[in-house]
Design a protein around this ligand. Structure first.
Ligand code: URA
Ligand code: ZN
Length: 365
């Protein structure tokens, strides 16, 4: 059974060129007065655009050179990767250039994958700042690109979140074309929640807590607005094992059941429960870095809906000499210990589920 990585990012050449051409977030540039003036840095959030966070993070070829992705896969015995553009995707593009840029980036990534046909697949990128018709057209076009297996989107949707009724034609097209949404956080929580000393704590609070809570809130808004009632066949792969959704599912369901305001609404009686959606619409990556998170994920969605991922090229070893990444082995070990080494289930989570769900060609290894 091949090992498949469903959570692995790339900034293809067309996207890098865009980032390098910009002077405001998101952008890539070097800083002549920094300790390493030649090093390019990636700045993707307004909160990172300050000297106190050393302006984002260093960015090197591991973010855009596909040979480095393949070398990473070899080092970690990963047979197949399903690439996705990293955040913040095309959310920030002006409406009039978004559709064309999405086409260029999707073609770029598809061509990259086509050079390695049984090793690389991808989730496409949508021009979410464009008109719904343009987004729907790109979804249809993605179906004609051989290596594409769904789409990656953030939580802002077309600007008003994923509970925005303006997204209905987009959800309808994704459902009709059988394209899974890989839902990934980017915006986190308002920085005020991290307090006045947040700058002392590096990126830990936004990455460890802001990201997962952002995902949890986004999916809960989809549930509350009836997206899964209107589009019962829509599939969503949630980054980072669903944020905190598996852990909070019972509380969310209970709050819905005890809310007098919701009880009075049309459709309330026939609404699908959080549990139903988790078992039938939701897939979860296994990027939880521990058994407790994975156990919760399996409990709510089932082991057949859990898929291994790495989040490469984020979370590299800080000690440059290390070939194997601790972030990867922590997730591998979490899968092994969650299923007590049950080989059949471990193989499914490490690759079999993704092969089946995303219709990936099996490799001979
Ligand atoms: N992982 C991601 O995918 N994006 C980030 O910005 C950080 C970690
Ligand atoms: Zn990621």
């Amino acid at each position: 059974m091949p090992v498949v990585d469903v959570h692995t990012h790339v900034y293809p050449p067309a996207y890098m060129a865009l980032l390098r051409s910009r002077g405001e977030v998101p952008y890539v540039r070097s800083f002549p007065d920094s300790p390493n003036p030649m090093q390019e840095r990636l700045v993707i959030l307004p909160a990172e655009d300050t000297a106190s966070t050393s302006r984002g993070r260093p960015i090197g070829p591991e973010y855009y050179d596909i040979n480095q992705k393949l070398a990473f896969m070899d080092t970690h015995s990963i047979d197949i990767s399903v690439l996705s553009l990293a955040n913040p995707w095309l959310d920030w593009l002006p409406a009039d250039t978004a559709a064309k840029t999405a086409q260029e980036i999707n073609d770029d990534v598809n061509a990259m994958c086509a050079l390695h046909p049984e090793r690389l697949y991808a989730f496409g990128t949508l021009p979410l700042s464009a008109k719904a018709g343009d987004i729907v057209a790109e979804i249809a076009r993605l179906n004609t690109l051989d290596q594409m297996r769904g789409v990656i989107i953030g939580t802002s949707g077309m600007g008003a979140g994923l509970d925005d009724p303006a997204l209905d034609p987009v959800y309808a097209a994704l459902e009709a074309h059988g394209q899974i949404i890989f839902l990934h956080p980017h915006y986190g929580l308002p920085s005020s929640v991290y307090g006045p000393r947040a700058g002392d704590y590096g990126h830990v609070l936004p990455l460890a807590l802001g990201f997962p809570l952002e995902t949890t809130i986004a999916v809960t808004r989809m549930l509350l607005s009836g997206v899964f009632d209107r589009f019962p066949k829509l599939s969503v792969l949630l980054a980072h094992s669903g944020g905190t959704l598996p852990f909070l599912a019972g509380r969310i369901e209970s709050c819905i059941e005890h809310d007098g305001h919701l009880h009075g609404q049309p459709g309330f009686k026939s609404r699908r429960s959080v549990w139903d959606v988790l078992k039938n619409n939701v897939y979860l990556d296994a990027v939880a870095y521990g058994k407790a998170g994975l156990k919760a994920a399996v409990e709510v969605s089932g082991a057949d809906r859990l898929m291994f991922g790495t989040d490469h090229p984020f979370f590299p070893p800080l000690d440059e000499g290390q070939e194997k990444w601790m972030s990867v082995s922590t997730n591998e070990q979490a899968v092994a210990t969650t299923f007590d080494g049950d080989k059949e289930i471990v193989d499914a989570v490490m690759g079999g589920n993704a092969v089946k769900m995303l219709k990936l060609v099996k490799t001979s290894s």
